[in-house]
Design a protein around this ligand. Sequence first.
Ligand code: MG
Ligand code: MG
Length: 272
Amino acid sequence: MFDFFKMIHYKTSSEVEIMRESALLVSKTLAAVAEMLRPGISTLEVDAFAEQFILDHGAIPSFKNYKGFPFTCCISVNDAVVHGFPSDRKLQNGDLVSVDAGVFKNGYHGDSAYTFAIGEVSDEVKKLMRVTKDALQLGVEKAIAGNRVGDISFAVQDHAERKHKYGVVRELVGHGLGRKLHEDPQVPNYGKRGSGPKLNDGLVIAIEPMINMGVKEVWYDDDGWTVRTKDGLPAAHYEHTVCVRRGKADVLSSFAEIEAAEKANPALCADY
Ligand code: MG
Ligand code: MG
């Protein structure tokens, strides 16, 4: 099915299975990253590892060279919300690290992100992680046929902003994906219930709350990519690739392996 006006591409069941393979490879990559994260490792080392891991699994990193982005992963530390450049800065105890990756395999993209805490972090940071992850889950629960994009947006915003007084980033949004990394529709993390494009069976979208502990405002670093919180407080980012279905969303990526690796790695805080 093809909607000429909104340019929305609905996926067939066989396309969805190909996309599941891509999305699960991202999950596997993030789980492998979870095993290696520790104080003293640089985010460039993490990025190089992820790139090789993706290539070794017969896929291409989606982000590398996308609109000139020079790395495999976006690695956003502390006040960096998303699109962080990997660097030679070594991770330290107390860092909050969001890793976002995408892979292109068999002609389709998968996209997922996860936020990790290195060593000990404050209760406030743990709460930010939990609330952002819960907001993603609440959004996923609205990704059912017959709803509208605004139902997802509202669920995320209501939980993070109204209930927990966090800042919901406005400048960046979730998105459709498939043969292209970014397809219609946009999936904002803020909005009104019952508004926006209709969600139909076979629509694949990335739902990705970007939640700031403080104000919602952000600024772009000198590198032209890294998005940082205006007040310097930390931000969290979790993302799933999700297929809209009747009755219940089909989450194509998975956090199961990442969470297991997070728990097994003594250098990460898994209790949040
Ligand atoms: Mg992503
Ligand atoms: Mg995305």
